[in-house]
Design a protein around this ligand. Structure first.
Ligand code: DCP
Ligand code: MG
Length: 595
């Protein structure tokens, strides 16, 4: 099981480098930020005003029985509350709006980048990890933009205003009240550190739990077939136990922290009543001030407590942004040339000259391969599994770049052509057939507008897929579910043939699936292949003797080397690798046909 190292990144809560980059995404929405900050300052001021108004109400109007004055103060209190409610609405709405807009931009950017990445990247990166980047990590940034940044400001403003009002009323009671502050700050600091560690553990175990689940669900048929359910349940329970323990650890710190804050706030209240009450008795302080102080205490504990929560948001967001930027900075990209050559109409001549290629540095899977295909020719590639047949295809389309040598199409090095231009001229039927969710039709034309419905049907008819498609309840609009789970292997193959044909490419690459199919479908596919190959340069990785025999040339691959090349008869008379392969694999097919 692969564990996502990136998920164990324990970020700092603030990293100026990362923040600078993140703010780049905020830039287009500067207006929103300014608006939010202004509203914040106002709303942060309105809260602390209220205890002060209460003090005035008590000291100046209640004690003096001034009904009219009391009414005015009460009206102010209600007014400030209403104003706060209205501002809060705008604040919430606009900060969330800004957050969502930023996230949307970022999401598009990450997706576009993922699309640009070369297959090499996907070979070494688990799918789950890439998906997590585009979903979870972006979501935690949303929290940062919509509540994090702006709310931290508002908390700081509130604390600032509370202090201003407190010291304005009486400085000695302020000092007494704030004497609990160092303990509170220390407790918060300690809590933060512990929670941070617990949080990292939690994340690590969750990542394991998820990737285990993912793998398990995709391999469900194997698990059930080999009755591995019990064992797998045990393993799942093991990983789940780790996660639970990590979660409980985090909860433990929360369970301690909140009562501690509660106790500290009670002590502060006790101090106010004791010290402030004493001053009232001595006549140096008004009763209204004591009540206002009690309210202020309530008020400043909340933002301080919240700040530690904001700290978590910041930390998660920093870790997420680090992972996102790592992905965005990934340069595993097949580069286009700076001044690309035009391709024009392609005749379909392909030349491999001394091509060396390795997926992993130094481990060559193609060694010094050279061959030429003339326009319109069909060549067949044969060889044992792992010989490098699919790799040859991966190179012509520039899914991977070669290490040494050159590959030319119509005499032009494929590295000097834009890869998009190059791929426009090539259709490829992959060994593993992939169908998208959508309809049969959209799987044939890939929603490409240049291909009409008539062309889709035409392509399907040509490859012999029309009959079975017409028999589906919704015909060409039949929905394809879960990568075509409801279609047979042969049917999927025919659809992929129709797809290749609909794009009418000059060069066709066909990586035949090895799976055996019933004779009837086999015949249909046989004919389909013949039609596909007509009038274009084709490279077929073939397992069917008939396809191989009909080819203009056969390439025999062996452990990454091109060992033999020629027609069926030529190769048989050489009595080399092809002859052996023929004896072992293909002869039976011929025998079968004669039955
Ligand atoms: N390989 C790799 N990384 C990949 C794909 C393949 O390291 N992403 C390795 C596995 C083989 C070698 O490259 O050792 C050649 O693989 P091919 O897919 O080219 O082999 P074939 O297509 O010839 O085999 P098959 O007939 O099984 O499809
Ligand atoms: Mg292959």
């Amino acid at each position: 099981m692969s564990v996502d190292r990136d998920d164990e990144i324990l970020g700092k809560a603030y990293d100026s480098q990362l923040m600078k980059r993140l703010l780049g995404y905020v830039k287009p929405y500067k207006k929103y930020v300014v608006f939010a900050i202004i509203l914040n300052i106002v709303v942060a001021g309105l809260g602390p005003v209220r205890p002060f108004l209460t003090k005035i109400a008590i000291d100046d109007y209640i004690i003096t029985s001034d009904y009219e004055g009391l009414f005015i103060i009460a009206a102010f209190l209600v007014g400030s509350l209403m104003m706060q409610a209205v501002i809060q609405y705008f604040l919430t709405y606009y900060t969330q709006l800004m957050g969502q807009k930023i996230i949307f931009d970022l999401r598009k950017k990450v997706f576009a980048h993922v699309q640009k990445l070369a297959l090499k990247f996907f070979d070494k990166t688990p799918i789950g990890r890439t998906v997590t980047r585009v979903t979870n990590d972006i979501e935690s940034l949303n929290e940062l933009f919509s509540s994090g940044i702006v709310m931290v400001f508002s908390d700081l403003f509130i604390i600032f205003w509370i202090f201003v009002f407190m010291f304005f009323m009486t400085w000695d009671l302020s000092l007494v009240t704030l004497s609990v502050l160092p303990v509170l700050i220390y407790a918060t600091f300690l809590f933060r550190r512990k929670v941070r560690e617990a949080y990292r553990d939690e994340r690590k175990h969750l990542a394991r739990l998820n990737s285990y689940m993912q793998e398990h669900v995709s391999g469900m048929s194997i698990v059930q077939l080999f009755t591995k359910e019990r064992e797998e349940r045990k393993r799942y329970a093991g990983i789940g136990t780790d996660y639970r323990t990590a979660k409980i650890n985090a909860v433990f710190y929360y369970a301690i922290f909140f009562p501690v804050v509660e106790i500290l706030s009670s002590i502060a209240i006790g101090l106010i009543i004791w010290y402030g009450g004493g001053n009232v008795l001595q006549g140096t302080l008004t009763i209204g001030s004591v009540i206002a102080f009690l309210q202020y205490t309530e008020m400043f504990f909340r933002p301080i407590r919240d700040l530690s929560e904001k700290y978590n948001i910041m930390q998660t967001a920093m870790a997420s942004s680090e992972r996102l930027f790592n992905l965005l900075d990934d340069k595993t990209i097949v580069e286009n040339p700076e001044s690309p050559k035009q391709l024009g109409t392609v005749t379909g001549k392909i030349d491999f000259k001394n091509v060396w290629f390795a997926y992993n540095k130094g481990e060559y899977v193609l060694k010094d391969v050279s061959f030429s295909i003339n326009p319109g020719e069909t060549i067949a590639i044969v060889g044992a599994t792992g010989a490098g047949k699919t790799s040859i295809n991966n190179l012509i389309t520039r899914f991977y770049d070669i290490d040494k040598g050159s590959i030319c199409i119509d005499g032009k090095d494929i590295k000097s052509i834009r890869k998009e231009t190059l791929r426009e001229h090539i259709s490829i039927v992959l060994q593993d057939i992939f169908l998208f969710s959508g309809t049969i039709k959209s799987n044939i034309n890939l929603d490409y507008e240049g291909i009409t419905d008539a062309q889709v049907i035409d392509a399907a008819k040509t490859v012999g897929a029309h009959d079975f498609i017409s028999n589906l309840p919704n015909g060409y609009d039949e929905e394809v579910k879960e990568k075509g789970a409801t279609l047979s292997v042969g049917q999927k193959q025919l659809i992929s043939f129709a797809r290749a044909l609909a794009f009418n490419p000059q060069i066709l690459i066909l990586d035949e699936a090895t799976s055996s199919i019933d004779t009837e479908t086999e015949n249909i596919i046989q004919k389909a292949i013949e039609k596909l190959l007509m009038g274009r340069t084709s490279i077929v990785i073939a397992h069917r003797l008939s396809t191989i025999q009909n080819a203009d040339k056969i390439l025999v691959m062996h452990k990454g080397e091109l060992r033999e090349m020629g027609s069926h008869q030529e190769l048989l008379s050489q009595k080399g690798i092809y002859y052996k392969l023929y004896q072992l694999q293909y002869k039976d097919q011929e025998v079968l046909k004669t039955i």
